[in-house]
Write a protein that binds this ligand. Sequence first.
Ligand code: ADP
Ligand code: MG
Length: 719
Amino acid sequence: MARLRFKALEALSMRKKVEFKLPSLKISDYFGQNAFGVPQMRSALAPEVFEKVVHVSHGKRVDKDTADAVAAAVKTWAMNRGVTHYTHWFQPLTGATAEKHDTFFDSTKGIEEFKGSALVQQEPDASSFPSGGIRSTFEARGYTAWDPSSPIFIWDTTLCIPTIFVSFTGEALDYKAPLLKAIEAIDRASTKVCRLFDRAVANVTPTLGWEQEYFVVDRALYNARPDLVMCGRTVFGHNPARGQQLDDHYFGTIPTRVQEFMKEFEVEAHKLGIPIRTRHNEVAPSQFEAAPMFEEANVATDHNQLLRDIMDRVAFKHDLKVLLHEKPFAGVNGNGKHNNWSLMTDTGVNLLQPTSSARENLLFLTFFVVSIKAVYEHADLLRASIASFGNDFRLGANEAPPAIISVFIGQTLSNVLDELEKNGNVKIEKGDNLYMKLGIDQIPEIIMDNTDRNRTSPFAFTGNKFEFRAVGSESNVSNPMMVLNLIVADQLNKFYSEVTKLTNKGKDRRLAIIEILRKYIKESKSIRFEGDGYSEAWVKEAEKRGLSNVRDTPRALDFYLSDKSTQLFSSNKILNEKEVKARHEIMIENYIKKAQIDSRVMGDLALNHIIPTAIAYQNKLIQNAKGLKELGVDNKEIISYIEEISQHISALRKNVNEMIEERKKINKIDDSRKRAIAYCDDIRHKYFDKIRYSVDKLELFIDDEDWPLVKYRELLFLK
Ligand code: ADP
Ligand code: MG
């Protein structure tokens, strides 16, 4: 096995950078060339067809004639670019994307064909996708339906059509269908509230700008680590002498092989219309980040999924491997995915952007305060929306926000809210400047004071948007985005009815708005936290405030099933009770599978790789001890060395065997939630660290020449 490690290292030492030539000096020459988005539609479609397609609302079907017209135009556009196949591209609850390719070519007619009906709907065999018990096998059918709000795109020689995936009985089987419904809900609710201020607003769109962190390692080294291949993370590995303590990686220069890889995947992304803008090194060695310009939330979500595929395929060409796991390496930073979120009106106003006009600031404050109140009301559901086996390794690990949801808003806005709360009662006389009296006349337009930035908050206001920082790097952002948009939509609806109730009684509209905002500020105070979110003190303080701190996924997922959450999902028509239960079941099963795989890989590596290596090395030492004895030289030191290795070997064997026995017991538990909790408490928390401890100790003892697993210093520092 050590042979594999050295072969991999040899392969690495022979690597040359795979040079990538930019297709053109200007990104604008090729940006979006492989996407059939709004500009392409405008030029390829008749004006009346174009109008119908761009205005079709989320998740709604287009009529047959429109579909046929679009299909014909798309086919021509695609075939001119060498496309031979098409597929519906969807996001089943596996977390990956799915596709099934069909040719345009119809052999019975001998021509290429693509009808509107094929654009609009397909029926992939749904039986092998998770449904959480929604479908029994005899009704395994589901269908995919075109989502016209996300651009069709070309990947290689296939036309990919973004779709939702639902069962024939109408239940959502994917991430996208509920996201689209939540986006519609927040559009309706925000528009209603905006119109209390400005009758010109007809539409509001949630925006999302994600920041994706990832590691890049050499592919040969990756292949020589079974744990990376199977689990996406290293289950063993002693920390290198040098980790991130020098702080020399962040924003440092990018290694040349990685640089070429980045150039290429960015070009591919740009061709697909993904507006990647930022690239830089992250905190840990070999860690990087990619971030686009923000987009409409639905498109941004698709683009995040798509970018992950692109990165993977491009990395292959460069003999590299991208690691998206939340915690690929112990002891150095993990990967997160920050979700920057805001709301944009069709009149071009960012509703979370303070302005210099006091009147407009009341609009800003409304959306700002309602968002905070929504997070306060549904912090638990928000926590559940980011729960995953991988994210459990990262949340609260002193590098990422804890599992406690809180909101950071900065000093300036804290003062504004305090003022508003305090002054809200003042008597307003005729001729008074209401805004001045309330102390909201002078909110600075720009609140992006960097000294004010709190990196330890899971949900922070950063000047003109909220940044949800606790999202896992590997997960589909649909889930947290669905929940966030839904909870704010729900709160906006409540806000609207509360205000209307007051105005119906004759209260001045502005005063009514302020009254409700004051109430929300008071009620949601405990969710606001400006201090160090990584500190132990905060954990205690949060407990006093009654905020939840649920550290593990199986328990966090319970929040999906609470009465409050099911009520929220069903009253807003996002997911019915059956769908919520099914989703919960899928996530629980996913947790169990991941824990099981990690546990098996740990066991196998320990028994088949580590222990044999340790024994072989021990034998060498025994020979040495014998030799010394024959020569009459003191061999005590060597013997104690041998004993120490023996102790680690026995501990390792004992723990692995116990873990295997425990697993057998747990696998018999019928109730999946209880099984997941048992995996969490009795496998993951009871054995993972113990087993790792012995292996990492042995790594320190055993001759580097014999050690079978590629070491951290090699994975992290060699490229
Ligand atoms: P940083 O947080 O690294 O200081 P920026 O403030 O420039 O950087 O923005 C970070 C991310 O926020 C970017 O990915 C950007 O697209 C996104 N972003 C900026 N404005 C908005 C907005 N109105 N809605 C959603 N995302 C936004
Ligand atoms: Mg950020």
